[in-house]
Design a protein around this ligand. Structure first.
Ligand code: GLY
Ligand code: MN
Ligand code: MN
Length: 466
């Protein structure tokens, strides 16, 4: 089996653009790819990664490009290569080759963009770029001043375009699912490589190297900074200098992104010694039960917030069984007992972005009329829509002993009398466990896309050996 990923076929790209055109009717839309960003001086750039909305519609990492969709006609504006580009970068595809590859109707030089759309603002809708340098480039090229997206409130035609993109990207087509399945296959190999590299005395960075090397060897990249840490209680830990010791758990949250930008997002926890201790195993099984209970709830029409609460309820029940919490389950759930140990949302949309379409804020993650909860923990839930077929979501409950939470009455006062701190202290060899799968909503329920990656504790131990 080859794991080199074929590009998304042109027919799928054409179909996406047609769907968007139909949704927009007579509203023209400009969607930009962005520009490579310099690391220090202009010729030394970070690897280029086009904006996701552009990748969705064009499927290719064309730097300095912009797509104009106008009543069903697709025009791609690209920067012609510099005269010495072939010397430094090799031959680049010409306009005809780009048109044939992407199926657009026409390819024009970028410096024509201002003429073509300049007189038509604000009739033309656009999505502002993600960061200020890209926004400045977009403004210069298109003749309309746009600011970076963060914090920007979309109005008028731009809001219409954002909502149409959201509606399209919420439900993945076969081509998108095929890309994500590839990313997951490579992620499976990468987690296995990391698990086998692990042992007492091994530095986190060595496990990270085994994981990220697997991505690179298959033409992919990390979809986000891989988290490889014995301090799993630091939710987005990006330090890798620690040494794994006998008795530690290593949390690995790492997922590949295909060359076209389609992401995967997977967390597993590995015992450094190769065997979970009894206390680690007990809490691992609580988180696993929450993962399974949440996935069992995933089906069309189900509200995602209810999936989140189901995970929380399962954690509360498990902690009661272990004597860490005591009391009546419903009351504990209502008082937010789970948020002390599971202080984040149960997951999010997954697609071209690891938190798909988070660039559009809660407009993508939250159904109209719904807003984030105010309670600590629940407030970090990134998705509260009714699930529908074709959506891919992550399911990632966790258990963490975060000192800053456990010693602060702001977070613990509501459950202090239900919390047995002596019992909790017996589980000191667990700092953080998160178990994260990627789940496709199907017509009848759910498909665990990441099912090839072992998750039962015994299967994890066996995988580390083999
Ligand atoms: N890898 C980031 C997340 O799980 O949301
Ligand atoms: Mn995630
Ligand atoms: Mn993750």
């Amino acid at each position: 089996m080859t794991l080199w990923t074929e590009p998304t076929p042109k027919a799928a790209l054409v179909a996406r653009r047609q769907r968007l055109s139909r949704a927009l009717a007579d509203v023209p839309a400009l969607i930009v790819a962005g520009r490579p960003r310099p690391r220090n001086y202009a010729a030394n750039t970070y690897p280029f990664r086009a904006e996701s909305h552009f990748l969705y519609l064009v499927g290719r990492q064309l730097d300095g490009a912009a797509l104009l969709l106008d009543r069903g006609r697709a025009t791609l504006f690209v920067e012609p290569p510099a005269s010495d580009a072939a010397l430094w970068h090799g031959e680049v595809p010409g306009f005809d080759a780009i048109r044939d590859d992407t199926g657009v109707d026409e390819v024009l030089p970028l410096d024509r963009l201002g003429d073509v759309v300049g007189a038509r603002w604000p009739e033309v809708a656009t999505l502002p770029a993600n960061d200020e340098p890209t926004a400045a480039w977009q403004s210069r090229s298109s003749g309309r001043e746009v600011r970076a997206r963060s914090g920007a409130e979309l109005t008028g035609q731009d809001a219409t375009l954002a909502d149409a993109m959201i509606a399209l990207r919420l439900s993945h087509d076969e081509a998108a699912l095929s890309q994500m399945r590839r990313a997951i296959e490579v992620t499976t190999l990468a987690h296995h490589a990391g698990a086998r590299a692990l042992g007492p005395g091994v530095r986190e960075a060595a496990v990270l190297a085994a994981i990220d090397a697997t991505f690179v060897a298959h033409g992919m990249a990390p979809a986000y900074g891989s988290i490889v840490s014995v301090h799993g209680e630091v939710l987005h830990n990006e330090a890798h200098h620690g040494v794994a010791r006998d008795g530690d758990l290593l949390l690995v949250d790492a997922g590949a992104e295909t060359a076209e930008g389609w992401a995967s997002d997977v967390t597993r926890v590995y015992p450094v010694s190769g065997r979970f201790s009894a206390t680690q195993r007990a809490l691992y099984d609580v988180v696993l039960a929450a993962n399974r209970a949440a996935i069992a709830k995933v089906a069309p029409g189900v509200r995602y917030r209810d999936v989140h609460v189901e995970a929380g309820r399962t954690i509360v029940r498990g902690l009661c069984d272990l004597g860490i919490l005591r009391g009546e389950i419903d009351g504990l759930v209502e008082r937010g007992a789970y948020t002390v140990f599971f202080p984040h949302g149960v997951g999010h949309l997954l697609g071209l972005d690891v938190h798909d379409m988070e660039d559009l804020g809660d407009r993508a993650g939250y159904a109209p009329g719904r807003a984030r909860a105010s309670r600590f923990g629940d407030a970090y839930l990134r998705l509260d829509r009714d699930l529908s077929p074709g959506m891919v979501v992550t399911i990632e409950p966790g258990f963490y002993q975060v000192p800053a939470i456990l010693r602060d009455p702001t977070y613990t006062a509501a459950i202090e009398r239900d919390l047995d701190r002596d019992a909790l202290a017996r589980f000191a060899d667990v700092r953080g466990i998160r178990l994260e799968d990627d789940v496709l909503v199907t017509a009848s329920g759910a498909e665990i896309m990441t099912r090839a990656i072992p998750i039962d504790a015994a299967a994890i131990e066996a995988w580390m050996r083999g």
